[in-house]
Design a protein around this ligand. Structure first.
Ligand code: A4P
Ligand code: MG
Length: 205
């Protein structure tokens, strides 16, 4: 018997032995293991959705639905906020919402999933910070710091934007920014952004 055949034989022998001598234990252990493995793979993320064209309420609602089926469970979702445009001010006001979720997706898979949802909801891209039907930004991916050509996490401007900080303040005030080592509460207190952010609809899951 070769070494490989030998080890296959022994592992089969050992698992058969356990299965026949204590089947319930084996099944329970293997279920427990599968469950633990699945749990261990879930990552906590924070996203911000925004829209300033079209039926903004309906688009953000559809975005949350699609995120929950394609990305993972929504643990917490903020109210909707009516926010003044940041950056390019000559455009309609935005509706913004923050989400805390759990996902098995890697950062690259998550970006692909959010961009796919943006495309399906009619997003086009021409000019930076232009008016848009939908935008989904990845604010945080656990406490990871990611600097890759297509993805920067934490989102590079989040600490300077009330339209991000105020919805986040509602669902994750103590979340710590892994670069600045400051909580959302601290970042909001230090924020110099004077743009208005108004709660417009209480929405909780
Ligand atoms: N990208 C890199 N990092 C990320 C990340 N953490 N999350 C890349 C999402 N995308 C990320 O984004 C451009 C590229 O950024 C993507 O290809 C992705 O690979 P985009 O959505 O195509 O274009 P954009 O949104 O115009 O650019 P950008 O720089 O993402 O703008 P922001 O930061 O999203 O700002 N005012 C209010 N009140 N509310 C808003 O929601 N949004 C913006 C857009 C400006 N002003 C706003 C709001
Ligand atoms: Mg964006």
């Amino acid at each position: 018997m070769t070494k490989i055949n030998q080890s296959v034989f022994y592992s089969k022998y050992i698992s058969d032995f356990f299965f026949h001598s204590c089947p319930a234990l084996t099944i329970n252990c293997s279920r427990l293991f599968t469950f633990a493995a699945a749990m261990a793979k879930l990552k906590k993320i924070h996203l911000l959705t925004g829209a300033n064209l079209g039926d903004r309420f309906s688009t953000l609602e559809k975005a949350a639905q699609l995120l929950s089926t394609r990305v993972g469970e929504i643990l917490n979702i903020s109210s909707l906020y009516e926010t003044e445009p940041w950056g390019n001010v000559d455009q309609p006001g935005y509706l913004n919402q923050a989400l805390e979720m759990e996902t098995p997706l890697s950062p690259a898979q998550l970006l692909r999933a959010t961009q796919q949802i943006e495309n399906e909801l009619g997003r086009t891209r021409q000019v930076k910070w232009e008016a848009r039907l939908i935008d989904i930004d990845i604010l945080f991916y656990e406490n990871k710091i990611i600097e890759s050509p297509g993805l920067t996490v934490p989102h590079p401007h989040l600490h300077r934007r009330n339209f991000v900080l105020v919805p986040m303040l509602e669902i994750a005030p103590l979340k710590e920014h892994p670069v600045f080592k400051k909580t959302i509460e601290d970042l909001y207190e230090a924020s110099e952004d004077g743009l208005e952010v108004q709660i417009c609809q209480i929405l909780r899951i």
